[in-house]
Design a protein around this ligand. Structure first.
Ligand code: NDP
Ligand code: 8X3
Length: 249
């Protein structure tokens, strides 16, 4: 019998590539996002028996509840939750940041992720399923302009580890995936739609692709049920670490 994955943020980037990857392996996919036309295109591409679209803003708890309550029977038994929906807004230092953008990142990357996880836990425990949360290298390494975004992704990593402890004995697996630079719509969103900024960030960097991350997600999900990847950090070869900075008088 085929398994079912619920992927948040499946209208672009990692989530869209993961929807395609899991569907190719015979999984049923519940694909969520705000852009209904993109979800409709995915249903058209993969088939209504394979993909079920749920249109909601992850910040809207009532909309999440309504969508989950209304799942068709064929998509009702969920084995895997991939908490992928998220965003960065702004690249400037904290002292120049827009507080509204910080709030939006918290509401989306933290509160939205927590809400759907909370709602899904009983079903996942019942099926001894799995949760994969998309954190970031920004959780592990501070960088200029990372401020609140890095903070939200550190929450995702630590929340994942905490879930592991709480779910001890249930058979539910939990993984925090922490990617570095990958070319998606991420930078377009972060810069408020600046395609030039996005292109120049990735130009010549040979970044990871959405398909690289989808492959990783599928690998984690398809490991034997007795095995749990706690955290997994990955970067393109072209990206690595730099040192501390010192301000001199
Ligand atoms: P994209 O911008 O390409 O995709 C983001 C997805 O999140 C879209 O499907 C979008 O759907 C969804 N989303 C954003 N806000 C909301 C919301 N309020 N409600 C519902 N869905 C929402 O970016 P990526 O694929 O790169 O990002 C996916 C995840 O990976 C994010 O959590 C990001 O922080 C993380 N990440 C990205 C890295 C990168 O370099 N690209 C590296 C490390 C982590 P819609 O707009 O239709 O609602
Ligand atoms: C996205 C990766 O390095 O832009 O989470 O913060 S980075």
């Amino acid at each position: 019998m085929s398994k079912t994955v619920l992927i948040t943020g499946a209208t672009a980037g990692f989530g869209l590539a993961a929807a395609r990857r899991f569907a190719a392996e015979g999984w049923k996919v519940i694909a969520t996002g705000r852009r209904s036309e993109r979800l409709a295109a995915l249903v058209e591409e993969l088939g209504a028996d394979v993909v079920h679209p749920l249109v909601f803003d992850i910040r809207d708890a009532a909309a999440i509840d309504a969508a989950l309550a209304d799942l068709p029977e064929a998509f009702g038994s969920i084995d895997l939750l991939i908490n992928n929906a998220g965003l960065a807004l702004g690249t400037g230092p904290a002292q120049e940041a827009d507080l509204g953008q910080w709030q939006q990142m918290v509401d989306t990357n933290i509160t939205g992720l927590m809400t759907i996880t909370h709602r899904m836990l009983p079903r996942l425990i019942e099926r001894a399923g799995a949760i994969i949360n998309i954190s970031s290298v920004a959780a592990n390494y501070p960088y200029r302009g990372g401020n609140a975004y890095g903070g939200t992704k550190a929450f995702v990593r630590q929340f994942s580890l905490g879930l592991r402890s709480d779910l001890h004995g249930t058979g539910v697996r939990v993984t925090s995936i922490e990617p570095g630079m990958a070319e998606t719509e991420f930078t377009l969103v972060r810069t408020g739609g600046d395609q030039g900024a996005s292109d120049s960030l990735y130009q010549g960097a040979n970044p990871m692709t959405a398909e690289d991350i989808a492959e990783t997600l599928y690998w984690v999900a398809s490991l034997p049920a007795h095995l749990n990847i706690n955290t997994l950090e990955l970067m393109p070869v072209s990206q690595s670490f730099a040192g501390f900075q010192v301000a001199r008088a």
